[in-house]
Write a protein that binds this ligand. Structure first.
Ligand code: ADP
Ligand code: MG
Length: 240
């Protein structure tokens, strides 16, 4: 479903991604771990073209995202993204946050968009919050709205960039539970996370990144219990 070939990304002289090859199959849950600054966010951002690729290629369902012929907005509709800092529109209600993109980008009518939004809010456990504003919500609730908003575009794949890192500890699980439900339903997901428990339980594959390289990948059992690389071992000894 997603094919990444020799992906390189530089910011000026700084090489942040130094040749990453990987393939993600439909319905897989891929968890990306690694130290701060290793290029995890940049990796996600290159997949949905929030960053321009310096070299190499990313294909989504066979379509190259960095080909000039490709409609970037068409790709972005297929790829949902959830950020550490929620990025909700502060001046809009929860309902409007969720309906705006389906209406503006998918041409959905108001009625259908609202119905979809109510359905998604139920799904993330916030059926009673449609008229609230983001500032009236807790971090965990805001992040669940952000997930509902991404799902409203009916994406084929969801990218999560440390979705629980900005949350108070007691709110982490309510967000992870929504993500687990999505995974069980068969959503293809790429999750950058420091939640090793989630990676172990839900990940089909775990990728360990360091210094812009994919150092090691495997099942959670392989990466967590039998890491091959010294760099992986050193990282895990600090976080587990
Ligand atoms: P991670 O998510 O693993 O912490 P990032 O992908 O955010 O890592 O960053 C990797 C490196 O790229 C860091 O050194 C960071 O400072 C640098 N970087 C990220 N975004 C930019 C940018 N827009 N301009 C310049 N440098 C950047
Ligand atoms: Mg990051």
């Amino acid at each position: 479903m997603i094919k990444i070939e020799r992906l390189c990304k530089s910011f000026g002289d700084l090489e942040v991604l130094r040749g990453i090859d990987y393939e993600i199959k439909e319905k897989e849950v891929i968890c990306v771990i690694g130290p701060s600054g290793s290029g995890k966010s940049t990796f996600l951002r290159c997949i949905n073209l929030l960053e321009e690729i310096t070299d190499g290629a990313v294909y989504i369902n066979g379509v190259s995202v960095n080909d000039r012929q490709t409609d970037i907005n068409a790709i972005r509709k297929e790829v949902g993204m959830v950020f550490q800092q929620f990025n909700l529109f502060p001046h809009m209600t929860v309902l409007d946050n969720i309906t705006i993109s389906p209406i503006k980008m998918r041409g959905m009518n108001q009625h259908d968009a609202k119905e979809l939004a109510h359905h998604l809010l139920q799904k993330v456990g916030l059926g009673d919050k449609s008229n609230a504003y983001p500032e009236q919500l807790s971090g965990g609730q805001m992040q669940r709205v952000a997930i509902a908003r991404a799902l409203a575009m009916k994406p084929k794949v969801m990218l999560f960039d440390e979705p629980t890192s900005a949350l108070d500890p007691e709110m982490v699980n309510e967000v992870l539970d929504v993500m687990k439900q999505l995974a069980v339903e068969g959503m293809t997901m790429v999750v950058v996370t420091h939640e090793m428990g989630f990676a172990r339980e839900m990940g089909d594959r775990v990728l360990f990144m360091d210094q812009g390289l994919l150092v090691e990948e495997g099942t959670p059992e392989e990466v967590f219990n039998h890491p091959k690389s010294e760099r992986t071992k050193a990282f895990l000894s600090k976080v587990l």
